[in-house]
Design a protein around this ligand. Structure first.
Ligand SMILES: Nc1nc2c(c(=O)[nH]1)N[C@H]1C(S)=C(S)[C@@H](COP(=O)(O)O)O[C@H]1N2
Ligand SMILES: [Mo]
Length: 317
């Protein structure tokens, strides 16, 4: 028996447990991903602020793996479905050209803006972040993107604004997942305004130095590195400032399992599995990857714990 096979038997039950979490089947990558990049050797270290490289540890997830193991239920429930069906979203995006984002609600200058306009408002930045999925796997991903706070300051928000809701693309004719009622469509997510303004929060436009692939949420996708991956709404079309805490897709679908905050927290388990550790998908072992401890706020506690002073993170999970 190969060592890979033994590892699978050892962790298999756990994989199946987590893969079933969002209703998806277990998809094993049969081919080995491209060789992993060393952070130090990749040249990325020079492009990101020091606080984001110091503690990252380990290897950047190779492009091939980051674009073939995805959650994007509009394009199917299996981890390989979004890559297989990416062409459907690419065609939809091409037909929309230009992609627009509508800023609404408690906004000083509401309106529908082309992506090109947003790109003119502030400089794109390179940021390498951990991504921790609530299903207990993780990656390290080199994004390019626009700091969301800069965009929000540009459109301006009223004194009543306390939250931000993000709405993903709604196109049931194009996206097969939206023709089933497994989730309420469109996919919606939300942040508190101070979380949205935090300098770590990005609207990503690129991955691994390339334009954002469709399966990763082209052309514009939220990235909030201290929160579980489901917060990072893909293919965003609407950003709405609200007074009240907005609805979010997974907290509506399973309120006891997925909260509004969804901060990565090794001490607060999911009702059906532990969040104390994670499988780091870095390309070295396929999906049979090394487990490592999950860090509070996914390792970004120094930057973000101040946002939650005095808050009960068990209640506000
Ligand atoms: N619109 C939309 N956004 C989404 C999802 C989705 O199904 N639909 N899945 C989320 C989940 S659970 C995760 S872990 C991340 C995965 O991002 P990646 O595939 O780019 O790694 O996207 C998030 N954003
Ligand atoms: Mo996720």
């Amino acid at each position: 028996m190969s060592s890979t096979r033994r590892e699978f038997l050892k962790y298999g039950a756990q994989f199946i447990g987590t893969a079933a979490a969002f209703g998806g089947g277990l998809t094993l990558l049969t081919r080995r991903a491209a060789p992993a990049q060393e952070l130090s050797a990749s040249g990325l270290a020079a492009e990101v602020p020091p606080h984001q490289t110091d503690e990252l540890g380990g290897l950047v997830t190779p492009f091939a793996l980051a674009t073939s193991y995805n959650n994007f239920y509009e394009l199917g429930w299996g981890k390989g479905d979004p890559a297989r069906q990416a062409e459907l979203l690419r065609r939809y995006i091409a037909a929309q050209e230009p992609w627009t984002v509508t800023f609404g609600g408690e906004v000083e200058r509401p309106g529908t803006y082309d992506l090109a306009a947003l790109l003119g408002w502030t400089d794109e930045q390179e940021r390498t972040y951990r991504l921790r999925c609530v299903e207990a796997w993780s990656m390290v991903l080199p994004w390019r993107g626009l700091p969301l706070g800069e965009l929000l300051r540009r459109v301006g928000y009223t004194s009543q604004a306390r939250y931000v809701q993000f709405t993903s693309v709604f196109a049931p004719d194009a996206l097969p997942g939206q023709r089933s009622s497994t989730l309420d469509w469109p996919y919606v997510e939300g942040l508190r305004l101070d979380e949205a303004l935090h300098p770590l929060t990005l609207l990503a436009t690129g991955l691994h130095g390339e334009a954002l692939p469709a399966q990763n949420g082209a052309p514009l996708r939220l990235v909030v590195p201290w929160k579980y991956g489901f917060k990072s709404a893909k293919s965003v079309t609407h950003i709405t400032l609200t007074r009240e805490q907005p609805a979010t897709t997974w907290s509506v679908a399973a309120p006891r399992e997925y909260g509004f905050y969804a901060n990565v927290n090794p001490q607060v388990d999911h009702p059906r599995w532990s969040q104390a550790s994670e499988r780091r998908l870095d390309g070295t072992g396929g999906l049979l990857a090394e487990r490592r401890e999950t860090l509070m706020f996914n390792g970004y506690a120094d930057e973000v714990s101040g946002l939650y002073t005095g808050q009960d993170l068990r209640r506000d999970f």
